[in-house]
Design a protein around this ligand. Sequence first.
Ligand SMILES: [Zn+2]
Length: 200
Amino acid sequence: MSNEGYEPGKVKVKNNAYKFEGAFHHIERNQPILNEKGDLVGVTNPRNMTYVHTYGGEAVFFENLSKGKIIASRCDNKDCTAFGSIFMPFRIHCPDCLSRNTHVDITDIAKTTSRVHTFMITERTGAFNTLPKPIKFVNVEFEGVVTILMGPMLFGRPEIGMKVVPIFRTKDPTYTILDLGWVPKGTKESDLPEFYTFDA
Ligand SMILES: [Zn+2]
């Protein structure tokens, strides 16, 4: 994922519309593929592209991670069977009645009630993995929240039922889900990975 040698394209917003600046596709010098006798059998075709990911109604969730806050959402439709349900991961709409959910700040709930529901440790990762290996994924449950959130434990070893607290990449945020991680309750601030804090 190196950007060396070229400037990736940038996106700005003007008059409520995307304005693209620069080049979003870069072709790099190819290489021949030779068989064991030295005959040409093919070529590599290196290409770099800048993908544009629009957050839409989920932008509030990602923006607040960089400020040390977790924003969930809640169905406030009294006629819905899920009325009052709080969802984390953030859902723009209620899955039961499809009405627009209300934003709810669950930062304090996450800091005081989060527990490991279950977890998974893996060495095998997909392309472009940026998490330290082995990756310790924890499924976190919160009091009063009807869903469970998966995220990486960035210090210590997970156990089922363990109390955990969120940490936030408030220094040099990525504005992605990587800005949120989990550590066992009682972890010292000095043990957090670089750029992460307990509060903004
Ligand atoms: Zn609903």
